[in-house]
Write a protein that binds this ligand. Structure first.
Ligand SMILES: C[S@@+](CC[C@H](N)C(=O)[O-])C[C@H]1O[C@@H](n2cnc3c(N)ncnc32)[C@H](O)[C@@H]1O
Length: 233
């Protein structure tokens, strides 16, 4: 467990297996220029990468806990006119995302290699078109419930940040986490669950790439669910 500058506690891993030299070089060479800077205006940080006219602001999306970055890189590749911020304190995951960005030649992602809660105050109100929280650490024991990333106060913050009709996308394969995610999001008056029928949460929406944890779950015979919420106008 580490306590950061905001006083928030982060219980996950920051470092895993030792990185191979190539991945260490990627981190050293690429991360400084691609690191999200909470002190700088968001639009400035993406430069002229969106092909949009200068007077149009590009859509902005956030992925919280991108793990190995497969999902984030897939979204960024499929949506070149959207700018993405990805937050992930696990250094091996950050290196993995950098490799995906290099391989796919992606320039529309900025990386926050720390606890997402440190940058939320720096993001523009109603400035996010979508937020993704894919297969968050489930912390299934009741006594660890306070460690789960989605809490009522996080929903309040997301309600400030996601623009009207913007999306909050949640996914999990863990039975406790599924109920928690669903109940926490349903309890917030400014979000509406978009599902109409069971197929809407039992199948991955076609526009969403696979994630590493999703693949692990499916290989182990666990059934993931996807919950897509909309910020009420
Ligand atoms: C179970 S993994 C899932 C990774 C990925 N989304 C996937 O589906 O493969 C959860 C990830 O969330 C990250 N995480 C946990 N708390 C976080 C926080 N406060 N800010 C950003 N990331 C966080 C962890 O480091 C971990 O990589």
């Amino acid at each position: 467990m580490t306590t950061d500058r905001s006083g928030s506690r982060f219980y996950g891993r920051r470092i895993g297996r030792p990185l191979r030299a190539g991945m260490q070089a990627l981190l050293a060479d690429q991360l400084p220029a691609l690191r999200f800077d909470p002190k700088q205006a968001v639009a400035e940080q993406f430069g002229n990468t969106t092909n949009l006219a200068d007077d149009l602001a590009a859509d902005l999306a956030l992925e919280i806990g991108f793990g190995g970055g497969e999902h984030l890189a897939g979204l960024a590749e499929a949506n070149p006119t959207i700018n993405f911020i990805g937050a992930e304190p696990f250094v091996n995951g950050v290196a993995s995302l950098l490799r995906h960005m290099q391989t796919r030649n992606l320039s529309n992602i900025r990386i926050w290699d720390d606890d997402v809660r440190l940058i939320l105050p720096a993001l523009p109100a109603a400035g996010l078109a979508s937020v993704y929280i894919m297969f968050p650490d489930p912390w299934p024991k009741k006594r660890h419930a306070a460690r789960r990333i989605l809490q009522a106060d996080m929903m309040d913050i997301l309600a400030q940040l996601i623009r009207p009709n913007g999306q909050l996308v949640l996914a999990s394969d863990d039975p406790t986490a599924k109920i928690w995610l669903l109940q926490t999001a349903l309890a917030h008056a400014q979000f509406r669950w978009t599902a109409r029928r069971p197929a809407d949460w039992r199948h991955r929406p076609p526009q969403l790439p696979a994630t590493r944890y999703m693949n692990k779950a499916e290989q182990a015979g666990r059934q993931p669910s996807w919950f897509v919420f909309e910020r009420c106008p």
